[in-house]
Design a protein around this ligand. Structure first.
Ligand code: ATP
Length: 217
């Protein structure tokens, strides 16, 4: 049977339990073989992360150590220049083969900005999109993105019938945690413990990350 692979890209600055829980629930909802977390090297659509790629990746590695169904994929770090998702998906399609089911997972907030992404319509040449319904967010009702969604939308249960080319919208339980909040807690001298995996919190303290300097996200 073709492999079913979920993909969650992000800055992971730092990774927290909201990311991990969402990845795990998406895996269960779609019966995926695995979900890969892909740290972004140079985000094209936002300010440079507060911590360099190597350290963000090391935190992810520690976060995933005890979870066999979530994996780290560091291919964006091995490419120079902006980390365009379409390039990442093309590279995944090459390495996983034509039959693999590839599902790029993104929050509804990110989906609303999709038309700003480099070659956004080509994303579906390589993968499906799974849009996660987040509180306070709704699907676009009109315009280019709404029409595109209408053309490509299928029910989540039908998404993996083909290797790529469709969009589904899925509700999952989401933990109200953001990396922005974690960074500001640390900068204010407050504790983010229990919002992120213990080994990640240990690493942050050991390297004194996020304590000083301006917020860049
Ligand atoms: P920041 O606060 O720095 O913007 P973030 O916590 O939103 O960071 P990102 O690395 O930007 O994290 O997010 C990566 C992916 O994880 C995005 O698709 C985003 O929608 C999703 N995500 C972020 N926080 C949560 C959460 N609490 N629950 C579920 N998904 C989340």
């Amino acid at each position: 049977m073709a492999r079913r692979i979920g993909l969650l890209g992000g800055t992971f600055d730092p990774v927290h339990l909201g990311h991990l829980r969402m990845a795990l629930e998406a895996r269960e909802a779609l019966a995926l073989d695995e979900v890969r977390l892909l740290p972004c090297h140079q985000p094209p659509h936002r300010a440079a992360p507060n911590v360099d790629s190597a350290q963000r990746t090391e935190m992810l590695r520690r976060a995933l150590a005890d979870c066999p169904t979530l994996a780290l994929d560091d291919r964006e770090l091995r490419r120079d220049g902006p980390s365009y998702t379409v390039d990442t998906l093309q590279s995944l399609r090459q390495s996983e083969g034509d039959d693999a089911r590839l599902v790029w997972i993104l929050g509804g907030d990110a989906f609303l900005g999709l038309t700003q992404w480099h070659r956004w319509q080509a994303l579906l040449d390589y993968a499906h999109l799974l849009v996660i319904d987040r509180p306070g967010w709704s699907l676009p009702a009109k315009g280019e993105l709404a029409e595109w969604l209408d053309r490509h939308r299928v029910a989540p249960d039908d998404l993996l019938d083909t290797p790529a080319g469709a969009v589904a919208v899925q509700s999952l339980r989401l933990l109200p945690i953001s990396a922005t909040e974690i960074r500001s807690l640390i900068r204010e001298g407050r504790s983010p413990q229990f919002l992120l995996p213990e080994p990640v919190w240990h690493y942050i303290r050991q390297h004194r990350l996020y304590e000083a300097g301006p917020e860049r996200a």
